[in-house]
Design a binder for this molecule. Structure first.
Ligand code: 13P
Ligand code: SF4
Length: 334
């Protein structure tokens, strides 16, 4: 067969593969045909370079269903990063996630398709702020949410994610703890523990937008639906929810629920992912977009992998200290 005919067939098959999932998100076959040359190239390069692609649940559907080897929340992806034999980890997520992968794998090359993929919450605290908190509350353990830069992690006793924050708090021997940087998450956790939580005032620009009025309006419209809210939402929103947790908790809740209608109070990518995974369920979507997560797309992922560009590095001393705090989380999370 002529080479160009073979390539046309390869493209058509790839577009069909993408369409199986993306059709549930109203993507057309033509759009899948546009993604196909990129996903084909990226998947070939992955094999050639022994690279693995880790993608957070908030990533674009063409990334999650087209090129990711592993998808998940921050905790699951940290564990995937630890367990991989690949030489290159390409992280489709935000910078603190790629940094975490680097800290857990100092000998591997870690790439991120855009160095602009930051996080508003991670920007709200510095290593000096943590040192100041330690002086203010001496002898209390510092529990740091994973959405932080490496040098903040390095000043912490233990890291947590939305999937294990309560477990980490309860695992501390002290009756009082310092929790940074997410204020809403700290207040939500305070409602679930007897320990006293001293918290910082950081917020996520995506989750702070959801209001109790908005949730109540949808609940009045669809009384039978289940409301699943991210722990980064304000306590007044959490009070109206059937589940308060991280993105993996949402996934598991829906998987095990007989309910048909769900409202996800989180970033839009999560609703897309779940609509494709559970096409028989209905999703009411007041979602909000994370501009940082959406900096990543197929084009810059291809460039990053092809040219091994946008590498994540973490200073050795910081990485070693941060790794201790991450290892402690992983030990507690077992
Ligand atoms: P998860 O770890 O729950 O996926 O959350 C990450 C995040 O950035 C939420 O805004
Ligand atoms: Fe950061 Fe919020 Fe985006 Fe999550 S959704 S990456 S916390 S800005």
């Amino acid at each position: 067969m002529h080479e160009s005919i073979v390539f046309e067939k390869e493209l058509a098959d790839e577009a069909k593969r993408l369409y199986v999932n993306l059709k549930h998100l109203e993507y057309s076959m033509n759009e899948c045909l546009m993604f196909a040359p990129l996903t084909l190239k990226i998947n070939k390069l992955k094999k050639e370079k022994n690279a693995v692609i880790l993608a957070h649940n908030y990533q674009r559907p063409e990334i999650l269903f087209g090129i990711a080897d592993f998808t998940g929340d921050s905790f699951a992806l940290s564990k995937n990063a630890m367990e991989t034999n690949a030489d290159i980890i390409l992280f489709c997520g935000v910078k603190f996630m790629a940094e975490t992968a680097k800290i857990l794998n100092p000998e591997k090359k870690v790439l991120i398709p855009s160095l602009e993929a930051g996080c508003s919450l991670a920007d709200e605290i510095t290593a000096q702020d943590v040192k100041n908190l330690r002086s203010k509350y001496p002898n209390l353990p510092v529990i740091t949410y994973i959405n932080t830069p490496a040098d903040v992690k390095a000043e912490s006793d233990v890291i947590c994610t939305s999937a294990n924050a309560l477990k980490v708090i309860e695992a501390m021997k002290e009756d009082e703890v310092i929790f940074v940087p997410d204020m809403f998450m700290a207040r939500n956790l305070q409602n679930q523990t007897k320990k006293k939580i001293h918290y910082w005032n950081g917020k996520c620009i995506v989750h702070e937008q959801f209001t109790p009025e908005q949730v109540t309006e949808y609940k009045n419209q669809f009384p039978e639906m289940k409301v699943l809210a991210h722990l980064e939402c304000m306590p007044e929103v959490i009070a109206l929810s059937d589940l308060a947790g991280g993105t993996s908790d949402m996934y598991n809740y829906i998987k095990n629920s007989d309910a048909e209608k769900f409202m996800l109070v989180t970033e839009c990518g999560m609703s897309d992912l779940l609509r494709a995974r559970f096409p028989e369920k209905q999703f009411i979507n007041p979602c909000s977009v994370c501009p940082y997560m959406k900096k990543i797309h197929l084009d810059n992922t291809l460039v990053s992998l092809e040219e091994e560009k946008f590498e994540i590095t973490v200073e050795k001393e910081i990485a070693e200290k941060a790794k201790k705090a991450l290892d402690r989380m992983i030990e507690i999370g077992k």
